[in-house]
Design a protein around this ligand. Sequence first.
Ligand code: NI
Length: 428
Amino acid sequence: MGLLIRNTLAVLPNGNGHAVGRHDLCIEGDSIAGIDEAPEGFAPNEAIDGTRLLTIPGLVNAHTHAYMSLMRNAADDLSFGDWLFGAVVPIERRLEPEDSYWASLLSQAEMIRSGTTCFNDMQMHVGQTSRAVLESGMRAVICRALAGDTYDCDDQRITEALRERDEFAGCGRLSFLLGPHAPYSCGPDYLRMVADRAREEGMGIHIHIAESQGESMRVWARHHRTPVEYVRDAGIFDVPTVAAHCARVSASDRAILADHGVSVATNPASNMKLGNGFAPVPELVEAGVNVCLGTDGAASNNAQNMFREMGLLALVHKGARESPQCVSADDALRMATRGGARALGLPCGSIEVGKRADLALLDLDTPSLTPLGDPVAALSYAANGSEVSTVIIDGKVVLRHRELTTIDEERVRFEVARICRRLGLDRT
Ligand code: NI
């Protein structure tokens, strides 16, 4: 069993940047087994002619909430507080576990179609999402969103999250983190308890930090610390942590994140849409922080398209600082691929022998990639995701000639429409 992509234009890692050239890629089982040189005994049962394809590592969406596709275009142009507490939370209270199954399949269909192969998901219904990931063939890191005040508060959610982790332990594409929601929804004793449990269980953490100015002010008023200091002092950074947003972090906050090896998942569209600014990416990189890229949920983005996110990531910093070099196309692509893989501790995110075969193949015969010019610039500034024609995850083709092979998209759209009617979110 094997898959050969012959003579494709491939984007390989080269230091902090990329080297693009023509290669034969040999896939055996779930991994890239050879580049140009086939491994011994390699006998592919499928070959793809890559002559007119640009092959890139599958994009890693380092922060999202897949179930929020139900809330796409449902709560817009609102302040962060009105959006979260006035619109999103009331809808979340009415969700049934199975809603998350269909909603996350919808998000996954959108992600696969736009070249994303792996996502880091903060969820309400871990089991239903895991079931959807088993079926879709995607790679995912899932956590249950946790909130509370006291040390033993809501221990039940953690027990449930661990039980669901154990239930799906057999799937190599799935891994699990603990997900204390944010500094404003978790008290210090509760954060301490989650950090203790994560250490005991050998798990990492996925958390939102310093998303809005209001959060920073509230945390300062209550705890006399910045959100980063507050989370550090609760022991969260003693385990591997992915911190979403970090839109408001001072120089000393950035040094704390770097010292503790915290990865920051920046979410340009979501942060800007909610009027929260955006993370100081050039300064985070300069401080030595691993920066990765996420869409955040469709309730605030409103898409799950990493190509749009890469473009925004590169453009907003150039515009805001009047500096065209501060985040380059190479930087954006690196953060969207191996930056995310590193944050999640996964052997994917780059085209290298031994890495998981998670790849997106873009059709070069498309207007947005003609002429191609610099392929890395094309990915960050010109591509919009519609060029993705084939997607391979864990060595298996999940999108072929723009057709999903694992997800019944028509059924998913039907079920999501049914759920949205029940929730009063359907305006058709
Ligand atoms: Ni989020």
